[in-house]
Ligand binder design. Structure first.
Ligand SMILES: Nc1ncnc2c1ncn2[C@@H]1O[C@H](COP(=O)(O)OP(=O)(O)O)[C@@H](O)[C@H]1O
Ligand SMILES: CC(=O)N[C@@H](CCC(=O)OP(=O)(O)O)C(=O)O
Length: 284
C-alpha cells in the first residue's frame, strides 16, 4: 500500500519506538505499527525501530524472586537485573516484535544495540535526577548512549532490512548496559537526521488530563511542553519522553510524534497529518 502523503519523505529516515507493553498483543502490533512501517517502506522511506520491554522485564524479575526498583522512571540495574534485561529484550520481546512484523510483511532484522557496535554506551555516572530527590542517583549498570553507528544502520537498510533494536548498548570491551528505550530512540533519530521520530505508547499522545484520552494535545512547541512539565500536567513516564524529545529536536530531528495504536491507523495517519492522531512536537 503506497501512501501519497508520505512521498516527500522518500529516502529519509523515520525512527519508530515501540513501548514494551505494545509487544504483548502481536496481532494488534502487526495491524498498527507493522502496517504503518510497511506503508513507510512502500513509500521509499528508510525505517529503524527501537523497542523497550519494561513490563516484561518487571514480570520476569518478579517470577525470579527479584524486587524491581524504579528510580524516576529508570530501572536500577545490578548484575541480576541485567541478566533479566538480556532475557526479556533480546529474547521474549525481540521475538514477539519479529513475529508481529512477519505478520505485517516487514523484513525486520531484530537484535539489540549490542550487535556490531550499533549503539555504544558507557556507564551513567551518578546524577541528580528530577523526581528522585537532591542526592545523585547511581543506577548501576544503566548506560548513556555515547555513539550510534549511522553507517551500519544505512547498510542494513540498503540490504533491504529494517533494523529493530532492543534497548541494550555496550562499550568497546563488550560490557552491556541497560538503556531506556526512549533514550535510545531519540539518540538514533538525531544521529540519523531522521525526518520523523514516533514514540508509540499506550496513550494517544500528551493529554491535558492524563486520565482522559479525549484531552489529547495535537501539537506542542518546546516552550508549551516545558510549561506543561512545570505545571504538573505532564507527569511520570511522560516526563523523560518529552524532555528527551525536546533536547533531540534541537539536535536535528525535524518532528517528533507521541502516538498510540488506537485506532490501528493512528501512526500512519499521524505521519501524513501531524497532530491528527497524536501529539506532534514541531521545532519552535
Ligand atoms: N499528560 C500526560 N499525558 C499522557 N500520559 C501521561 C501524562 N502524564 C503522565 N502520563 C503517563 O505516561 C505514561 C506513558 O509513559 P510510559 O509508561 O513510560 O510509556 P512507554 O512504556 O510506552 O515508554 C502513560 O501511560 C501515562 O500514565
Ligand atoms: C534504564 C531503563 O529504565 N531501561 C528500561 C529499558 C526498557 C524500556 O525502556 O522499556 P519500555 O519502553 O517498555 O518502557 C527498563 O529497564 O525498563
Amino acid at each position: 500500500m503506497a501512501v501519497s502523503g508520505l512521498k516527500d519523505f522518500r529516502g529519509r529516515w523515520f525512527v519508530v519506538k515501540i513501548g514494551g507493553e505494545l509487544a504483548q498483543d502481536r496481532p494488534r502490533l502487526a495491524a498498527s505499527v507493522g502496517a504503518a512501517v510497511r506503508a513507510f517502506l512502500d513509500a521509499g522511506i528508510r525505517v529503524a525501530v527501537i523497542h523497550g520491554g519494561g513490563p516484561q522485564a518487571t514480570e520476569l524479575q518478579k517470577k525470579l524472586g527479584l524486587q524491581p526498583r524504579m528510580v524516576a522512571g529508570r530501572r536500577y540495574t545490578d548484575e541480576a537485573t541485567l541478566e533479566v534485561m538480556k532475557m526479556s529484550l533480546a529474547g521474549q520481546v525481540s521475538v514477539d516484535v519479529a513475529s508481529a512484523f512477519r505478520l505485517a510483511g516487514v523484513p525486520a532484522l531484530c537484535t539489540t544495540g549490542m550487535s556490531a557496535g550499533l549503539i555504544t554506551a558507557e556507564r551513567r555516572p551518578p546524577k541528580v535526577m528530577s523526581g528522585a530527590g537532591p542526592e545523585p542517583v547511581d543506577l548501576g549498570l544503566v548506560g548513556d548512549v555515547v555513539g550510534v553507528d549511522a553507517d551500519a544502520f544505512r547498510r542494513v537498510s540498503d540490504a533491504g532490512f529494517v533494523p529493530v533494536l532492543g534497548s541494550l548498548g555496550g562499550d568497546a570491551r563488550g560490557q552491556p548496559f541497560n538503556i531506556n528505550a526512549d533514550t535510545v530512540a531519540t539518540r538514533v533519530a538525531a544521529k540519523l537526521g531522521a525526518a520523523k521520530l514516533f514514540l508509540v505508547s499506550n496513550v494517544p499522545g500528551v493529554l491535558a488530563n492524563k486520565d482522559d484520552p479525549s484531552t489529547r494535545l495535537p501539537t506542542l512547541t518546546p516552550a508549551q511542553a516545558r510549561e506543561k512539565i512545570a505545571s504538573g500536567v505532564i507527569q511520570g513516564g511522560m516526563i523523560p519522553k518529552v524532555e528527551e524529545s525536546l533536547e533531540m529536536l534541537e539536535e536535528g530531528i525535524e518532528a517528533i510524534h507521541i502516538v498510540g495504536i488506537s485506532p490501528a491507523e493512528a501512526l500512519l495517519h499521524e505521519a501524513e497529518r501531524p497532530g491528527s492522531q497524536g501529539t506532534a512536537f514541531l521545532r519552535g
